[in-house]
Each structure stands twice: as structure tokens, then as C-alpha cells.
Design a protein around this ligand. Sequence first.
Ligand code: BES
Ligand code: MN
Ligand code: ZN
Length: 511
Amino acid sequence: MTVVINPDFNPVPSLDRQVSVSVNADVENAGAVALFVSAEGELPAELAASFDRDSLAAAGFLGKAGQTLVLPGSPLRVLVGSGKGIGTEAQLRDAVAAFTRAAREISTLAVDLSALVVGDDAISVEAAAQAATEGALLARYRFDALKSDPKTVQLERLTLVLTDEAADLAEAAEVGVERGLILARTASLSRDLGNTPPRHLSAVKFAEIAQKFGPQFGLEVEVFDRQQLIALGCGGLLGVNAGSTEEPRMIKLRYTPEGASDETAHLALVGKGIMYDSGGISLKPSNAMHAAMKLDMMGAGAVFSAMTSLRELGATSIVTGWLMCTDNMPSGSATKLGDVLTIRGGTTVEVKNTDAEGRLVLADGLVLATEEAHRPDAIVDIATLTGAAMMALGTRTAAMLANNDSIAEQLQAAADSTDENTWRMPLDHRYREQLKSDVADLSNIGGQYGGVILAALFLNEFVDGTPWGHLDIAGTMQAEGDDLWRSTGSTGFGARLLAEFATAFEAPEKN
Ligand code: BES
Ligand code: MN
Ligand code: ZN
């Protein structure tokens, strides 16, 4: 097989991107400045001199959240609607993202945060600086590594302005900026990996990337090839790989904080890394959904990316990552319907649909996670697992299931602060009987309804009672168009969420 791939192709351009973000007492010759304008009340003084509400309305600008109106001049002034006002970090991230998109030709931007960070219902200056940084960098993200003539104007400088009373808060703002830069890089890295075409990012290539970049971010990286997976008895990962000409890889990552001991909390993260999901013998139809299946590794992408941030964010728990990587292809050697696979640890699974492959590769990873000598206090897996999650919750909210309330709450807190929304669904054991098989311990599919829950119940069989959370990001992996901080293509969903979750992780009571 000979194909031509540009030898200079860099699948992780976001790791090289430099944006300078500074905190300043004035606007310092930026190319564009944001002016937040609410839907009601007084206009900001500098606008009121030349405009009233009616003249802005005549230009179509009502101050609704997300609306923008660009006033020509140098600098460009960009009115950014703030609706009823900006009261949360998510609203600020969105507002700065809207500004950044409106000023798409401009490489130096400025946003005055002063009014948002002082007063009674102010946003903490640290959270505000972080959210503003993320909003600008994520909105300007574009995957153009394969374009001969990329048109995106790169963001070079973002100035966060703190004046008057807010000027004293500069030091705290710098901390937020630092976190924002780390998390924007984390999400962008995950987007890069998702957007990279499947032949450019095979399981083997992903492992090479992890080996090259993991150590730079303080991670130990161990890669398991086909022979090693056979020795480990990873029948799920090998069974899914059986139809492919590309080798599978399991990538194990470890972050160990300074001064760690046997008492240190331990979190395991398991990611679905289907580099391309054709469905296998249960072949998917050739439609837009199928064409998006290079993104079926976004769970593994989120785990890898999140883990690159842990040292810089000062995470104090040990975190182990398991990336279960292969593509899912039909061929003469592919797993057939009715085949029975033996998962690591001995559980047998009848494959009744080769397109329900994510749970098969995750099962091996979950079992391996539970077997660690220093047992994890919790396991969280993340996967583009079911179309049912997309049907149930749409493209903005991921499904979350857990066998432990503390894990669910910690995941929800990270979801709230990152605006990577999750909604908890029930792990209803009454559906468990649908996973019975006549010939094996389990079937890999249940009935027609409740697909999110059935998939989670399948995974639950492999966690050995460990406190566990599950994120089904099938609906949220992709944005069909530019939308505030989400740019067309891979959203990077889960990378910031897991980074925040792992950094704040506290071991729950045992189940
Ligand atoms: N990767 C898909 C799930 C998916 C669907 C992700 C749409 C993103 C968008 C997964 O492997 C899959 O095919 N799931 C099946 C499971 C079914 C056969 C039980 C599905 O959802 O149809
Ligand atoms: Mn599938
Ligand atoms: Zn899949």
C-alpha cells in the first residue's frame, strides 16, 4: 500500500502556537477592542457620545448575547452584546469568543475586564482572566495544517485591561491568564488530534506522538503493540482491530506529582481511541455521520491532552491514562457477528454488532486500570460511544453516568467551569438483562432503546466496583460550524473538563 502523505505534516501544530496574553492598565495599541453592551440600560459612556439605542438597533444591534457590531476605525471597536449582563465565566468566555470572531482579520485584541471583576456579583478576576483567554484562543482556532495557503489570521496578542479599582487585581489576573493559556492549548491539541485525517493519525502514529510529547509535559509513556496486547489478553482491543491492516496500540500515560506516596490519591482515565470507525462488518452507511468517524478517537484525545496540562496546573493526584487505540474496519479477517471475544480478565463477549466496538476496547482498559498495584480511587472513561447520546442530549451536552455521587458531582463541577456541559443519566440496572448472551457472559448490544444506559451498564461490568464515572461525548465531539468558542470540526470536548476535574480531584469514599 503506497499513499502520499506530506512528510512535513505536523499533526499537533497547536503545541507550537505562541500567543502573548498580558494584563495591562490600558489598551496599548490593539487592532480591535471589545465593548460589552447589554440589551437594556445606559450605553457605555464612550458609545453614548455618538450613538443611542435606536441608531444601534437600526444597524441590527440590540445587545443580545452573542451579537456583534463592528465600528470601523483604528482600533476597530467591536460592540459585543452581553444580554442581561455578563455574570458567569461561561458568559464571558462566549462574549470574548464572539468578539474574536467578529474581529477575524485582526491579530491584536484587547478586552477590558474591569467592570466585570469588581462589585457585588463580580466574577473572580482569576476565573475571568482564564475564561477570556480561553474564549479568544479557542474562537481563533482553525485546523489548517493541510491547506496549501492557510487564510487564518493568527492571534498574536491579547490584552486584558484592568483599570481603576480593578488595577490592583492584576496579579490574580496573571494566574488566570496562565491557566487559560494552558487549557486553551490543551483543548487545541485535542482538536488537532481529532481533525487530523485517519490515515495521518493511525494508532501507531498516535503512540509516536504520545512518546514524543508526553515526556515534555512530565508524563511517563508506555506503548503496547499487538504482541504485547496478545500477552496481556486484551481480546476487546484485538477483536476490534482484527479487520484492520494497521496495528493497534494501547498507550499508558502516568502523571506523578512531586512528593507522591502510596497515600496519594490515584485517578485512572480511560479513553476510547477508535482512529476511524467504519462500523466493521456492521458497516455504517456512507453519510455525513460516517464521514465524521475520524473523530471516534476523541475520548483518547481528551485524556492525552488533559494529561499534558497536569504538571503545569499543579495537579496533586497520581493520574494514569489508558488510551485504547485502533481503527474498526471490515475485511476478510474482521470480527464477525456471533464471534466471541475474551476481554482481559476472562469475561467473554458475544459480538452481535461490530459497530458497538467502543465498549469492547474500553473494557480491556477498565480491567487493566483496576489491576494497578496502587489501586485507583476512581476511574473515569470518556468515549464517543453512542448515537443515542446525541439523540438524547444533542450536540452541546454530553451524557454522564456514574456509580458514585461524589465522582458525578466532581465531573459536574468541572463541566460547569469549562462550559463543557454534562447531564447525568441513570445507571438503571433493570436494563442489565438485555446484555445477556446465549453463548457468552455478555452481549455487546442490548435492545433498541436506552442506548446510552445500556452502553454504560456494559462498561460497569468491568470496573470491579471502583468508584467510576463515564462520559459519552458522541454528540459533542463535533461542531458543524463556528459557534462561539467551538470552531468547525473537532470541539476538543472533554480535554478541558478532564484537566479541571483531574486537577481538583479528591478521592471519594469507596463504593
Ligand atoms: N462511534 C459510534 C458512536 C457515534 C455515533 C459517535 C454518532 C458519534 C456520532 C459508535 O461506535 C457506534 O457506532 N455506536 C453504535 C452502537 C450501537 C450499534 C449499539 C450506535 O450508536 O449506533
Ligand atoms: Mn461504532
Ligand atoms: Zn465508535
